[in-house]
Ligand binder design. Structure first.
Ligand code: DGJ
Length: 330
């Protein structure tokens, strides 16, 4: 190749690279659902199965850090607008000690962080599987920190009142009482247990909600009623979601069917519920967040932020490809 041709190719390659990097660092002004999503440094956001906590006017997005398959602890990102996220690091690490319950090689899923007003501590709950035991430990783990950005320190892990606990979520009610909602008995049962006042353990107020073989619980409260979305149990493969409603967290829960609307609604748009974010400054506005898993490369799993539509006809989650928060003003 002549020097002139080589220089031209080099210039083209540099231009493409620069514009790609620029694209990655471009400010987002909407949710591009299921697309590659970069943080403010231009790296892919790695925070799966997680939660968003709004604290002192900032959103904190906690999630599973994944390699192509393995768990790599819990990450956090911060944002002021929900579209642009700054990476703040791993807040909860796995242990190098192979005998530790949180040893590397184990699995940490579905992290949820809540703030305890009385103790002034941030408490992290997560689904824990112990190194070398696949998904058979079926425990829930607890960690705490004085600072929202961590580091979080391991407190304990266990089966709540002896019950298996796999997919789970944590719900803090308006009165400050908090609960774990969890898939139990090999995912055949959905159960609830109230947490102790310090949020570091469970109480004996532990009860069966329903036995419908469901997982991936995500919950919100609207108009004095609780709405719970779950998935069926098909590993990483997507399936049909179901919504149920109750006046009381302990039930009875009434099944309402699939809330997803649009093409691919039968497979939850090829995703699975992770959590629901009530918008702090907009009454009765909620964002459903799902994971579109890529089992071959979990790190590359995508996020599905979708607005929840509440009308006289009920609660629905219609597919939106590209939307912004002003959808709630319409
Ligand atoms: C589905 C769960 O919802 C995920 O969190 C994960 O545990 C996968 N199953 C593992 O197959």
């Amino acid at each position: 190749m002549k020097l002139k041709q080589f220089s031209l190719l080099l210039a083209i390659a540099i231009t493409i690279n620069v514009s790609h990097a620029q694209l990655k660092k471009q400010k987002n002004t909407s949710f591009k659902v299921g697309q590659l999503w970069y943080d403010t440094e231009g790296n892919l956001i790695n925070a799966h199965g997680g939660t968003i906590l709004y604290f002192k006017h900032i959103y904190y997005w906690f999630g599973e850090k994944r390699g192509d398959h393995q768990s790599q602890g819990i990450t956090v990102y911060t944002s002021k607008d929900l579209y642009n996220w700054q990476y703040k690091g791993v807040v909860f690490e796995q242990s190098k000690d192979a005998t530790s319950p949180i040893a590397e090689g184990g699995i940490m899923e579905r992290p949820k962080v809540i703030y305890n007003k009385k103790t002034k501590k941030f408490v992290l709950w997560f689904h824990l599987e112990i190194r070398g035991r696949g998904y058979n430990a079926a425990e829930v783990g607890v960690a705490e920190s004085n600072h929202i950005l961590g580091p979080y320190k391991y407190v304990r892990s266990f089966r709540p009142n002896g019950n298996m606990s796999r997919d789970m979520t944590i719900y803090k009610d308006d009165d400050g009482k908090a609960y774990e909602i969890y898939s139990s008995r090999d995912n055949y049962d959905m159960r609830i247990v109230q947490l102790t006042d310090d949020y570091l353990n469970v109480t004996k107020k532990d009860s069966l909600l329903f036995s419908k073989h469901r997982e991936a619980p995500a919950i919100f409260k609207y108009n004095h009623q609780y709405y719970l979305i779950t998935s069926a149990c098909t590993g990483w493969a997507p399936n049909e979601a179901a919504l149920c409603v109750a006046n009381n967290l302990y039930g009875p829960w009434k099944m309402l069917g699939n809330p997803m609307k649009g093409e691919k609604s039968k497979t939850t748009f090829d995703g699975q519920p992770a959590f629901i974010l009530p918008l702090p400054n907009k009454k009765n506005c909620f964002i459903y967040v799902g994971d579109k898993w890529n089992p071959k490369d979990l790190m590359d799993s995508r996020y599905q932020f979708l607005p929840i539509k509440i009308t006289a006809g009920g609660v629905a989650i219609p597919w939106e490809e590209n939307w912004s928060l002003n959808i709630f003003d319409k």
